[in-house]
Design a protein around this ligand. Structure first.
Ligand SMILES: O=C(CO)[C@H](O)[C@H](O)COP(=O)(O)O
Length: 151
């Protein structure tokens, strides 16, 4: 998959993330502190990575900041993006399964190397649920991208 990755800090876990994605065979597009000369501010680089998902340049994105909160907030402002801040594998699985999340947000502070592997394993193994109620929830969220609140 084509995966955009952003981080506002050049932390070891962010570099491990890029390496792990490449090892898994993904085409990684780095942003922020991971790309020399790029603006590393979390609001800027998270949006840039998320926008590539929204415009179809990337299939998914992983956005990182120290807490993961700013990165997820910025990404979620981009219409078409469903970013989920995941701190464990169960949450990553649920984000793909129930939320059809297309952007994974990570905390550089909380994500250890073993946890990163567990989260990525769960994220990439997870398939969006075909359950009607789950699809309805995701469709309802999609409506919000267009300023609508009713089906
Ligand atoms: O977690 C974050 C935002 O949610 C940032 O990574 C955190 O605020 C660090 O920023 P700065 O480099 O300005 O200290």
């Amino acid at each position: 998959m084509r995966i955009s990755v952003s981080s506002d800090m050049d932390e070891p876990v962010a570099r491990s993330l890029v390496a792990a994605l490449r090892e898994r065979g993904h085409d990684v597009r780095p942003h922020g502190a991971l790309r020399p000369g790029d603006d590393p501010q979390w609001a800027v680089c998270s949006e840039a990575a998320a926008r590539e998902v929204a415009d179809g340049t990337a299939d998914q994105a992983v956005v990182c900041c120290w807490t993961g909160t700013g990165a997820s907030i910025a990404a979620n402002k981009v219409p078409g993006v469903r970013a989920a801040l995941c701190t464990d594998a169960y949450t990553a699985d649920g984000a793909r399964r129930w939320n059809d999340a297309n952007v994974l947000a990570l905390s550089l502070r909380l994500t250890s190397q073993p946890l990163l592997t567990e989260i990525l394993d769960a994220w990439f193994a997870g398939e969006p649920s075909a359950d009607a109620e789950d699809r309805q929830n995701v469709d309802r969220v999609r409506l919000l991208d267009h300023g609508k609140t009713r089906m």
